[in-house]
Design a binder for this molecule. Structure first.
Ligand SMILES: C[S@@+](CC[C@H](N)C(=O)[O-])C[C@H]1O[C@@H](n2cnc3c(N)ncnc32)[C@H](O)[C@@H]1O
Length: 257
């Protein structure tokens, strides 16, 4: 039995609208992007396989907002937690509607958007990259600190640059092709884990004042309210440091003076 048959039949048996539902399950298993109670935005959500998986993963306390050019028929079993918007994500007004529906920061932005296939790979790939960039912009607008981002893109010469750009905004990025993707498909997914909203990045060099001491004895500097741990310092020291590691809510730096 081919992989296509396997996931197609499985989706029919288990009541998912698309075989793609298993891609999201596999991506979530890999990097744990959706948790109970989360608010999730799903771009390119029709006909709704990912919406079903996301609705199950967020549970009764969570919310899922699905957006697509196509109308998404109501998900009866999860109607209480799924909202759908019909619109084009390349248009500002759709983005504004999504921001309004979210009503604040969200925990996860997913994009499975894909262009209508022309059959000419370089054109389809360029369109896919454009949609992925739109999704990335939306993710930066919506995700709170520590939030996760999943985006599909067709592989091509510019996808490495997209990955680099995503890497600058998240703690790390994983590129993966889930088992449920068709073997002949050139799609890959980038998973950006833990959105960084910190005012510093690894490698930055700056002068800081130590204002506190952590439980392990490291000095703590505050950079625009972001806590940076600096070993071998004391309160009152003013030191030059290089930033080693940045987490969503704190970072580590080493004194270099
Ligand atoms: C592969 S399908 C998504 C399947 C979905 N994840 C599921 O499991 O049901 C890609 C979707 O992206 C949508 N799409 C493409 N361009 C879009 C755009 N500019 N704005 C919103 N949706 C778009 C298409 O209409 C299509 O429904």
């Amino acid at each position: 039995m081919s992989r296509k048959d396997h996931y197609y039949n499985k989706a029919k048996q288990e009541g998912y609208r698309t075989r793609a539902a298993y891609k999201l399950k596999q991506l979530d298993d890999l990097e744990d992007v959706i948790s109970p109670g989360d608010t999730v935005v799903d771009l390119g959500a029709a006909p709704g396989g990912w919406l079903q998986v996301a609705a199950e993963a967020v549970g009764p306390e969570g919310t899922v907002i699905g957006v697509d050019l196509q109308r998404i028929t109501s998900l009866d079993e999860h109607d209480d937690r799924v909202e759908t918007i019909r619109g084009d994500m390349t248009e500002d007004r759709t983005r504004e509607r999504v921001v309004e529906a979210a009503g604040g920061e969200v925990d996860c932005v997913l994009s499975d958007m894909a262009p209508n296939m022309s059959g000419e790979y370089s054109l389809d790939q360029a369109r896919s990259l454009h949609l992925a960039r739109q999704a990335f912009e939306t993710a930066l607008e919506l995700l709170g600190s520590g939030g996760d981002f999943v985006v599909k893109v067709f592989e091509g010469p510019d996808t490495a640059a997209l990955k680099t750009d995503v890497e600058a905004e998240f703690q790390y990025v994983r590129a993966t092709s889930p088992e449920a993707s068709r073997k002949e498909s050139s799609e890959i997914y980038f998973i950006g884990k833990h959105r960084l909203t910190a005012p510093v990045r690894p490698g930055d060099e700056l002068e800081v004042e130590i204002v506190d001491v952590g439980t392990e004895g490291d000095g703590i500097a505050s950079v625009e309210g972001f806590r940076l741990f600096v070993p071998a310092t004391e309160v009152g020291d003013v030191v030059t440091v290089t930033v080693d590691d940045v987490k969503p809510n704190f970072g580590f730096a080493e004194r270099i003076d």
